[in-house]
Design a binder for this molecule. Structure first.
Ligand code: NAG
Ligand code: NAG
Ligand code: NAG
Length: 633
């Protein structure tokens, strides 16, 4: 049986917020890639370090794309131990689709690879200082590369998910490693795994900081009246007697974070709280950064100078011939075949009647888009996904025109594990850590603001030539292109959403659906709580500002009516039916125009177009390890 390829319900996206990004270029390197505090000498990990101070809410200047892997983590891709290992490793390196607004790309589960800060900022169970500004990606402006309804050779070959942005959640001093908020599910998982130990969590530090603040406020208030002895007695009483009752079984742990000498309380606060006081070695000096880390802030994104290419990477600093443009750890994906997409079918077990998902290998769809962002080699099944900042934005130029190339890192601390070159790709698949590190290196002196190009190799070039020939032939026959969610977003930016929709009729192109960002509150007393169809009614919560929306607030929804045009503020208010889960539909009133948007129906977006270009980028033959060549020509 084929799975339904349509959201059983018509679907939405929305507007903009402003944030300041620190100027680039001349200044100090703002982000460094170096050995993380979480690694050890024998078992290094990479992390990102701030090169300058970041204020709370300041944008971290590595704004990335998200590349979806659609319905990829299902059982059918894990049917051997080796494949399972590969999928698990990749899964540990990516985010769930909802951070980017990509959760409806497929029928099952879409995950997204987010290079740069999305991959390299580590998890710390005790602390985080950066988090997604989810609205930036969820409310992103469509790429202006494509003309609405018109074919283009790059349609489906590049990801539509961009503007993935992290911001500082607190003051980050220069030299501090960046730790990202990985979300509650991850936190809970980590806490449960470690619950047998007295391991400190983020909440312990938060609790301790709150208690510290309260004690300092109390002491300050009675400062004149308290002798040092009395202060000590009071602090002792608070920590011994009150803390235990207030924070229960974590008391011992939290107690250990607060100094018992009253004179030291303020020093803890001045250090930035209990976490930074305890972990003062986390802040590195500029000297340490220059020696141990590599600047990952020499590039920025802009419209490519090649018209068909979309985005490109441009230098923010002068780079001398032979110097590193940007370092790039690589996630190894040791089986290219896992990127083949087939029709997904349901399979019933004859004995038990259990239904599982399978793929119909006679029905090949195309390859996952992620392959376009990976490096590979014609004699190998291995793919390497670059996770260096903006490396995936670097375009191709033929040999002779390219101003940079990619090769193994020989940096002393951000180093490639050359031992991995001797492993077979099966052995490499068993490595569940990133150990391969490459660098993009300048072939000549490069000025500020130049676009970086590398040679993607002759296989890629041949594939692109073939794609263009076919594309030109098709274009002569038919220039039109099915309307996408991005087209609809532009059309309905200022124009009211359709409201005359009757049961099951989608007033928009069948390839798109509307979605709403919703957090709700109860109706005021005195109004019926259910509509005539028995669906529960809620009000849109007024305090949901656009900065705060998250992918988890995004629901498939249908507009059923709208108010008259408002005199001020947003365009219109709407009443919508929102699909909270498969069997829970609710009515929400007062939804503003800017909280409604479009998504492509599953398997309907440009990236599912079967004629879309697909090819990996070739590593230079001389660089490619012999042991990894498992396909001999
Ligand atoms: C990216 O997000 C920022 C912050 O929300 C916003 O100001 C900007 O317009 C967005 N850019 C694009 C291209 O969507
Ligand atoms: C935590 O996550 C891992 C990997 O996803 C999983 O194998 C494990 O069972 C989870 N642990 C808990 C306690 O949920
Ligand atoms: C539109 O909705 C907002 C709350 O989201 C509310 O404050 C406002 O009164 C509504 N306007 C109309 C005309 O319904």
């Amino acid at each position: 049986m084929l799975l339904a390829r349509s959201l059983s319900f018509a679907i939405f996206i929305a507007a903009c917020t402003s944030s300041v990004v620190k100027g680039d270029g001349d200044g100090e390197c703002r982000l460094w890639l170096g050995p993380s505090h979480l690694g050890t000498d024998n078992d290094p990990e990479f992390g990102i370090f701030a090169g300058v101070d970041f204020a709370p809410d300041e944008i971290i200047p590595d704004i990335e794309v998200a590349i979806p892997l659609v319905d990829w983590t299902e059982q059918f891709n894990r049917d051997t131990a080796l494949k399972n290992m590969i999928v698990e490793f990749v899964e540990s390196q990516v985010w769930t689709g909802d951070f980017a607004g990509a959760k409806w790309e497929g029928d099952q589960n879409t995950i997204v690879a987010i290079p740069g800060i999305g991959n390299l900022a580590n998890y710390h169970s005790g602390y985080h200082n950066v988090d997604w500004l989810q609205s930036a990606a969820l409310l992103r402006k469509p790429l202006d590369l494509f003309e609405s309804g018109v074919a283009h050779p790059a349609r489906g070959a590049i990801t539509p998910y961009h503007n993935l942005t992290m911001k500082a959640t607190e003051h980050i001093p220069a030299g501090m490693e960046l730790f990202a908020n990985f979300g509650e599910t991850w936190d809970n998982n980590q806490t449960m795994e470690d619950s047998f130990q007295d391991k400190l969590t983020r909440w312990d530090y938060q609790h301790a900081d709150q208690i510290l603040d309260a004690i300092i406020a109390f002491m300050d208030q009675y400062d004149k009246d308290l002798t040092p002895d009395l202060q000590e007695n009071i602090l002792d009483f608070m920590l011994e007697k009150i803390l235990g009752t207030a924070v229960g079984k974590r008391a011992k742990v939290i107690r250990s974070l607060i100094p018992d000498n009253p004179k030291k309380l303020k020093a803890v606060k001045e250090a930035g709280g209990t976490f930074l006081y305890r972990n003062n070695d986390l802040v590195k000096s500029q000297k340490w950064l220059k020696k141990h880390a590599m600047c990952m802030d020499n590039l920025k994104v802009g419209p490519s100078t090649i018209p068909e290419a979309g985005r490109g990477a441009f230098t923010t600093r002068k780079i001398a011939k032979g110097d590193v443009v940007v370092p790039s750890p690589m996630v190894h994906i040791a089986n290219e075949e896992l990127f083949n997409m087939y029709e997904i079918i349901e399979k019933e077990d004859a004995k038990t009647g259990d239904v599982t998902l399978d793929i119909d290998k006679s029905n090949f769809l195309q390859q996952q888009l992620l392959i376009n962002y990976c490096f590979g080699h014609r004699e190998s099944n291995i793919l390497l996904l670059p996770i260096g900042s903006y490396v995936s934005m670097i375009n191709h130029a033929p040999a002779g025109k390219a101003n940079a190339y990619i090769t193994w890192s020989r940096h002393k601390h951000v180093t490639n594990d050359h031992g991995l070159h001797d492993l077979s790709i099966e052995q490499l698949a068993e490595r569940n850590k990133v150990g391969i590190v490459m660098v993009v290196q300048a072939l000549r002196d490069i000025e500020v603001g130049e676009e970086i190009f590398i040679d993607y190799g002759k296989e890629w070039e041949a594939a692109w030539k073939e794609h263009m020939a076919q594309w030109n032939k098709d274009y002569e026959q038919d220039k039109t292109w099915q309307l996408t969610a991005d087209d609809m977003k532009m059309q309905y930016k200022e124009k009211p959403f359709e409201a005359d929709l009757t049961d099951g009729i989608n007033p928009y192109p069948p390839s798109v659906a509307t979605t709403c960002f919703l957090r709700t509150e109860d109706l005021p007393d005195g109004r019926p709580r259910r509509n005539p169809d028995g669906l529960e009614i809620f009000l849109y919560a007024e305090d949901l500002s656009h900065d705060e929306i998250t992918g988890a607030d995004m629901y498939v929804c249908d507009v059923i009516s709208r108010t008259d045009k408002l005199t001020d503020g947003d365009l219109y208010n709407y009443t919508v039916l929102a699909k909270i889960s498969d069997d829970d539909i609710v009515q929400v009133e007062n939804v503003p125009h800017g909280s409604i948007t479009f998504v492509d129906q599953p398997y309907q977006g440009d990236i599912h177009n079967t004629g879309g270009f697909r090819h990996y980028i070739s590593l230079r033959d001389g660089d490619f390890p012999q042991a990894w060549r498992n396909i001999r020509e």
